[in-house]
Design a protein around this ligand. Structure first.
Ligand code: ZN
Length: 143
């Protein structure tokens, strides 16, 4: 199952984000990604969560540097064969932050969004705007 996903997490402090260098984090963030490879979305999310739980430490994407130092709130994902990652980035109308984060392959300034006030419904609405029916999994209970 190919698709797109978003990871919602809290993060605070300075982190060395691979090629982007050291960045300062403070607050709640939403990362937008897509899984179009053979393993699909379940394997990609599993990979992210293993990194978060420090069960693996092979870092490939920018988000991989941030997750082990974050508190994951939840993630949302939906199936699509189409390239809708940037549509989702636009539809979830939070501000982009950290130029170049997760957006090396597209024209977006960033695929990392800064959330002022987290509402699950806002994320779900963003997926629906891109004609995807998502599933939201909560990790941390703090709404
Ligand atoms: Zn993009």
């Amino acid at each position: 199952m190919k698709g797109i996903y978003s990871l919602i997490f809290d993060c605070k402090g300075k982190i060395e984000v691979g090629s982007l260098g050291e960045k300062r984090f403070e607050g709640t963030y939403c990362y937008i990604g897509s899984a179009r490879g053979s393993g699909g979305i379940k394997s990609r999310l599993g990979r992210h969560i293993d990194l978060y739980k420090k069960k693996r430490d092979v870092r490939h994407w920018h988000i991989d540097y941030v997750l082990p130092n974050s508190q994951l709130i939840g993630y949302c994902f939906g199936q699509t064969e189409k390239d809708k990652e940037c549509c989702l980035r636009r539809s979830i109308s939070y501000d982009m932050t950290i130029k170049g984060f997760g957006s090396s392959d597209c024209n977006c300034s960033s695929h990392l969004l800064k959330i002022n006030y987290f509402k699950k419904e806002k994320i779900i609405k963003g997926f629906r705007k891109c004609e995807i029916n998502p599933k939201f999994e909560r990790i941390k209970d703090d709404e």
